[in-house]
Design a protein around this ligand. Structure first.
Ligand code: PLP
Length: 327
């Protein structure tokens, strides 16, 4: 089979996404060709917070049109790309880290085919390995795929990117000893890289997507049944979603209290809010999708490992019900 991409290692997707975007921006500043970058309101902060840099470097930026679940509106997006002149760079988040919503990578590949070489596509694939069935089916015409190793059980602080051969003349902003063909200078994290091999071997031996989906459905039914009287619901229920996240809203509740109640029965659950300067801030992703502050503050996210079994899911369901039915 013909090799289309090379791999390079780094400290994780935050680094690679910054390397790639800034590298492309620097090239355009030098060539003076116009560049427009497209990102989504629901992207991870490693993409979202670069908007400040686009502004700083005076690079055009457009939001990718999405619906209320964060799913790309392909017709509007195609239209927007076609009417934008010059070179184009898209961040395509395959699986959303917060909602678990999966966007259609085949559709992205078709669009790249249609628009042609002036379009570069970076796939944020961080949440794909072990979390969706087709994570190995990577369309070969997309330019970059970035991953963080700890998301599939390897060590923290290491990641890798597939870069297409066409882009190997890439302007790396990481200058130094020229390691990894000059794509990312600096001594490689050998132990971290080896841990990727170990984690992937383990995952391939134990990943059963059909059973995982069954387990997820058991948990999701338990959540929905317990929230019936509360009026709460599962976020993005109607959208394509991954196999290991259930994100839901409990009405008239504060996520931090719920987290404590779950903790007491041995379940670690995350909230849709983050603590910033001592105050609980609602999730930027939920607010951007149109949820109210009140709703976002009652959002909880349950995520589980790729080898959760149906019998484990049944046991956890009972525990979930015991907490949620109190609300
Ligand atoms: N992109 C997505 C979708 C993520 O979930 C994360 C991390 O959670 C990142 C990028 C950044 O990865 P890291 O923190 O490993 O650099």
């Amino acid at each position: 089979m013909k090799k289309t991409h090379e791999v390079f290692f780094h400290s994780g997707a935050t680094e690679s996404i910054n390397l790639i975007f800034k590298g492309i921006i620097f090239c355009h500043l030098k060539s003076k060709n116009p560049l427009t970058i497209f990102t989504s309101d629901t992207d991870h902060s490693s993409v979202y917070n670069q908007r400040k840099d686009f502004e700083f470097f005076k690079i055009n930026h457009h939001k990718i049109p999405i619906d209320q679940n964060g799913v790309v509106k392909w017709k509007d997006f195609t239209h927007l790309l076609k009417e934008t002149a010059g070179d184009l760079l898209i961040n395509f988040t395959w699986v959303n880290n917060e909602t678990g919503v999966v966007n259609d990578i085949e559709q992205m590949a078709k669009l790249k085919e249609e628009i042609g070489e002036r379009l570069l596509v970076h796939v944020d694939a961080v949440q794909s390995i072990g979390k969706i069935e087709n994570f190995l089916k990577l369309p070969i015409n997309l330019d970059y795929y970035s991953y963080s190793a700890h998301k599939f059980g390897a060590m923290k602080g290491v990641g890798f990117t597939f870069i297409s051969h066409k882009n190997l003349n890439f302007h790396s902003i990481m200058r130094g000893g020229g390691q990894q063909f000059g794509l990312r200078s600096g001594t490689e994290n050998t132990m971290g890289i080896y841990s990727i091999k170990l984690a992937l071997s383990e995952l391939f031996a134990s990943f059963h997507p059909k059973e995982l989906l069954e387990a997820k459905n058991i948990l999701e039914s338990a959540v929905e049944a317990s929230l019936k009287n509360n009026g709460g619901y599962v976020i993005a229920k109607s959208a394509p979603r991954n196999l290991n996240t259930i994100y839901f809203i409990v009405k008239n509740s504060k996520a931090d209290q719920l987290i404590m109640n779950f903790d007491m029965i041995g379940i670690d659950i995350s909230s849709g809010s983050a603590c910033s300067s001592g105050a609980v801030e609602p999730s930027r992703v939920l607010l951007n999708l149109g949820f109210s502050e009140e709703e976002a503050k009652g959002a909880l996210r349950l995520s589980f490992s790729p080898n959760l079994t149906t019998s484990e899911a049944k046991l956890i369901s009972e525990k979930l019900k015991s907490v949620l039915s109190r609300y």
